[in-house]
Design a protein around this ligand. Sequence first.
Ligand SMILES: Nc1ncnc2c1ncn2[C@@H]1O[C@H](COP(=O)(O)OP(=O)(O)OP(=O)(O)O)[C@@H](O)[C@H]1O
Length: 355
Amino acid sequence: MVDAAVLEKLEAGFAKLAASDSKSLLKKYLTKEVFDALKNKKTSFGSSLLDCVQSGFENHDSGVGIYAPDAESYSLFSDLFDPIIEDYHKGFKKTDKHPQRDFGDVNAFGNVDPTGEYVVSTRVRCGRSMEGYPFNPCLTEAQYKEMEQKVSSTLSGLDGELKGKFYPLTGMDKAVQQQLIDDHFLFKEGDRFLQAANACRYWPSGRGIYHNDNKTFLVWCNEEDHLRIISMQMGGDLGQVYRRLVTAVNEIEKRVPFSHHDRLGFLTFCPTNLGTTIRASVHIKVPKLAKDYAKLEATADKYNLQVRGTRGEHSEAEGGIYDISNKRRMGLTEFQAVKEMYDGISEIIKIEASL
Ligand SMILES: Nc1ncnc2c1ncn2[C@@H]1O[C@H](COP(=O)(O)OP(=O)(O)OP(=O)(O)O)[C@@H](O)[C@H]1O
């Protein structure tokens, strides 16, 4: 049974959210019926509905508002997760099964912006959770440290273009940290959505970043997910970025076992990242389209793309530069997720050029 204090918080948070004008998917799908059916449940890790929804309860401006404190939450609280997953990933139904991992032809993509007029930089990332560990809210400080150790020693075995160094956040010079954030290489600190989800405990213990000298291959350790594997570079050469990512993921997967679910694909803390976990993005200047932001969003939506600000989710566009990426990550293969971005951005560039 869920204890009385948790139930009280759940009831109060639910009432406040229901009375709010929040546009979150949490508000849309946490009906009274679903709430009553789930409010007394607990996973074997002791996670309750409150652990899933507290970020969305505190942040009514969330787009989604829900996280899975442990993998079991996706099944125990499926009455809430499933419709949110279906909505976000544009039609992945609770009876659907995510396809087998398939990176496809890594030589299929070229430069998304051959003239170099629009695309500032290109990035593809994916997330992985290490088998045997729960997600952030359930991790102990000892586990954070143990995982950091495993990640840094595993990555130290990489060579060639992937050769680099692990930099723990603990003890990192503040100016160095800020420069890495400003240059878009490192996760920011104090994200209120993650904090409210209980994902920042023991910070900065166990958190860190690995990167090669050129900072074209990076791995984040224990931010939102256990691992975020990132390939990025200036310009629009998606082919090169994608090939580097696929090589890196294959190398890392040889060395570390990751949590995978038969129906949901690779498991992540946030349901928007399940499945392929792929977010392929460009930083792009489209001043004519962006004159009317609603039109930019509507155009992006037509091609299943998502628009963010320059510093990522929940940020503003700086210097007219937007982050545009594939939105769906589930119900399609890795290759198809990246292709969705490639095709959509090609169309957006055509539209911008015609205005
Ligand atoms: N194409 C890109 N070029 C350069 N930097 C990028 C690009 N796409 C994203 N970034 C940078 O990556 C950092 C992280 O962004 P953000 O947190 O939005 O996305 P994410 O790492 O994919 O994770 P999540 O979707 O969970 O937030 C930010 O600094 C952002 O500016």
